[in-house]
Design a binder for this molecule. Structure first.
Ligand code: ADP
Ligand code: ZN
Length: 192
């Protein structure tokens, strides 16, 4: 996708954990830099998985990002010189992120988003469902189900090796110690 003058848009990369959202985001960011376009990369402060200030994939690829607490900081830190905005872990941002993405796309910027489509219960996650509807381009990726090897569209949360209950808090940051990629058939949520 090439950036044509004065034409902005929203593109979103989504799917469960381990499906390659961060890898794909990093790939797109690298190409923007090769094209010598001006880019700013943001991520929510909440994701302390591996690095406080980088977008990091589970396979180890990484790229520098600005960690922010509130979506408004994206506007404060972006001027008209910036061609492209990339935001990882968008599911962790409050709904204000939606209007901010629309505003930036309307002002001619390419807005690249990545985030989980569902929480551990399999329910739509945060602002992502509305952003999916508002996006101009959507890419939904699959991981591999660790139980049966089929394409995985869900994120399984495990507490002491057992499926979490539907009463668990939605946000619990972690990686392989709490989460697995699973298909629809193998995904489990216990009744709390
Ligand atoms: P996401 O951002 O969607 O969580 P990442 O880009 O961080 O995904 O990580 C994707 C990488 O995770 C894959 O390239 C692979 O190396 C690794 N991985 C670990 N478990 C799985 C799995 N069950 N299915 C697919 N990839 C996996
Ligand atoms: Zn499965």
């Amino acid at each position: 996708m090439y950036k044509i003058a004065n034409t902005g848009w929203i593109e979103i990369i989504t799917g469960p954990m381990y499906c390659g959202k961060s890898e794909e985001l990093i790939r797109r960011i690298r190409r923007v830099k090769i094209a010598r376009q001006q880019i700013k990369v943001f991520k929510p402060m909440i994701d302390h998985r591996y690095s406080k200030s980088d977008v990091v994939s589970h396979s180890g690829a990484s790229i520098e990002a600005i960690p922010i607490d509130h979506p408004e900081e994206i506007l404060e830190r972006t001027d008209e010189q910036i061609d492209v905005i990339a935001i990882d872990e968008v599911n962790f941002f409050p709904p204000e992120i939606i209007a901010i993405c629309e505003k930036m796309a309307d002002s001619g910027k390419r807005v690249i988003l990545a985030g989980l489509d569902r929480d551990f219960r399999g329910e739509p996650f945060g602002a992502i469902p509305e952003l999916l509807a508002r996006a101009d381009y959507v890419e939904k990726l699959q991981a591999i189900c660790v139980i049966c090897g089929n394409p995985a569209t869900r994120t399984q949360r495990l507490i002491n090796g057992q499926p979490a209950t539907d009463q668990d808090p939605v946000i619990m940051v972690g990686a392989s110690e709490f989460y697995e990629a699973r298909c629809r058939k193998c995904h489990r949520v216990l009744k709390g």
